[in-house]
Design a protein around this ligand. Sequence first.
Ligand code: ATP
Length: 770
Amino acid sequence: MASHKVKIAARLRPRLDGEVVDDNIKVFHNSDASTGSTNSTSGASYISVVNPRDTTQVFKFPFSNCYDENSTQEEIFHNDVEPLIDVVYSGITVTIFAYGVTSSGKTHTMQGTKVQPGVIPRVVQAMFEKKTHLTQHEVNLTVSYMEIYKDEVYDLFVTRENAPKLPVRENDVGMVFVANLSSQSISSVEEFDSLYQQATRNRSVGATNLNRQSSRSHAVLTVEATMIDHSNNTTLTGKINLVDLAGSENNKQTGNDSTRMAESSAINKSLSVLGQVVHALNQGASRIPYRNSKLTRILQDALGGNAVGLLICNLAPGTKFRQDTLNTLNFAVRTKNVENKPVINERDNRPAPKAHFSAPSNPPPIGKPAPAVLIPVSTTGTGSGAGPTRSRASLVPVVSRVPRVSMGANQYQPFALAGVGGGGRRLTSIGEAQPERPGLTEKDIDERISRAVEAEVARRLAEKEKEWQEEQKRQQAELEARAAAAAAEAEERRRSRTPEKDMSLPSGVLTPILKKHRDLDDELKQRLLELEKKFERGNKETQLADVLSPVSKKKTGRAYVALARAHSEKGDLNVALELYRKAESYVPDNMKLKERIIEIEWAVKNGREYVPSPKPQKQHKKHKKNRSNKASTASSSHEDQENEAMDMDISGGAGNGGVKGKTRIMSPTSEFGVELTNAGETGVPGGNTSLTKRPFADTEDDQEVDSGIDHGHGMIATQTPPPPQQQQKRQKRDFIKNEEDHYHDDLNERWEPPYAPNPKVRELNEEIGL
Ligand SMILES: Nc1ncnc2c1ncn2[C@@H]1O[C@H](COP(=O)(O)OP(=O)(O)OP(=O)(O)O)[C@@H](O)[C@H]1O
């Protein structure tokens, strides 16, 4: 996008009555520049100011146009302002502002007098004159007028008493505007004059020591030209802002009272921000402090924005203003480096067409008017009419004004302001700015331009979309950061409420615990594997039952029942339950056994004690008797019930154990020995009945059984086994014993309540205080 530097004109006002004649400030034109100016650009005029602290030193301030005390309103308008009228009519915003110390002649330059009208009335006059030549457009002129008084905006078309403070806002394409500012349509210069005079009376002015009619506010008059091209259905909007700034003031000199002081403070502050904005722009700062004052917000477009800017620097002669003059000139020097990027404000009046080019994924929201198309302009200006005093480069840009593609290339009509303005100055149209190339018809050129515009519009929309997405991302990141901060804060609060037990631990104290955790993991894995193996063993039990003979099944079942009972008497119900279940896998049809299982399950589930009925000692005999008689005796005791449950089985296997000459003592545990006699049926060698009576057989018991010595267990084993068979039996018995012991251990582990904390975990918890 082509850039355009703010143009500077400096004007020294004449000495007023009562002011001391002073040669310390002089204006040199380029014909005088041969005398040498250290900083001047070639051919530029300059202002020279004697250094108030060292009168031998002279500062020179080169500007393209410098006006001395003899300059006229006409001259300034003709040289610097009039060319900008064409720029306005090309759809560009122009801002002219008068800057200077109080009583330096700003209002005189901008407003002037009846006899010497200033920039404002001349601009309006010129606008009307040029309007008559715009035959291809329907042109409407409107005017608005506001003042910024003590950093508040007021509508000058509203009487002072009723004028509300107006807010400064920004629209969705980033353009700053004053909300609710009235805008008056004007159809003639006279109509404007009437409005303007009325509005000027509303402006805040007051007398100071330096100026009887000192402006106490910044005044901004805007003339807007709306140019409708019905053939192309487009509207160009150009406007010119004419700003009469309040002057910077030295309160020592102005002799201000408290009211004036307050005004002066606001004036100086806003001018100070203006200086900061210019400084920031020159520094290429990422943030320009436009928002620090209403003035800079409103002038934003003229300083680093999309408008064409002209600063008229008003200077007051006299030693007493010398420092202020130097300040003004320094500000002007900085401002002339500010670059703007002027754009043409053009809007397609037709409903938004369907995109037929690569459009961004998120179109503008439905219902909003299509934004104005801002087309950058080239500022490679052509030479414009020379003023009476000197020649200068024109501000009038060669405008690359082109229709949007939706207009249709054939419909495009070059927008020309033929014959407008004195001196033949005119806004150059696209057709004239770009001479036709050989071989290219006007249609070809238009099509090329249309394609270029398409690309540009697409690029801008994509840019907007990108900006929007980045903004969304930024907002999202901000939200997340806030959430994280809130969470951290909440955590901090929680910690501050919780006793800092953990916090008080010295560093490294948890290391052994963490190591234990690792060990624990390994142990738990190992334990799981073992339990799985045991579970498989349990399954094998069932498979084993399938291959046993009916008699062996019953005997094995009886042995498990006896074992289960012993466990239930110990209070180890879980193990007992498991053993009963095992017994069930061998004698699945025994109803009493099923009932027993249900009872114990209920007791385990409800945490109730299960008390099996005690086994009467004499029952052995009785039982033996019963067994020998093959008669089942009903008994109320638990043992009897069990034995009753097993009687049928036992009777079925009596032949195996009924060896004559051998004492057979039946007890719950002795049934285990019974199983031994059937080991051969399960593949274990040997077949003779062995009479054993032992509770949970252990090595000592084995020895006792083997030696036939009763150590008080109430068991007598008398047997006369042949040595080899005895050997085999012992082996079998040992095997089974080992199996039983192992199984018993397994059960103990398997039935460890699943919710019981692992001892290691418990230890760990205790260690860390949980
Ligand atoms: N070029 C000029 N020719 C003749 N008189 C001038 C010229 N410039 C300024 N004056 C006179 O100087 C006085 C102060 O001018 P003016 O009010 O325009 O200053 P100002 O900069 O607007 O001051 P303030 O900032 O206080 O409003 C006025 O009486 C004005 O008529």
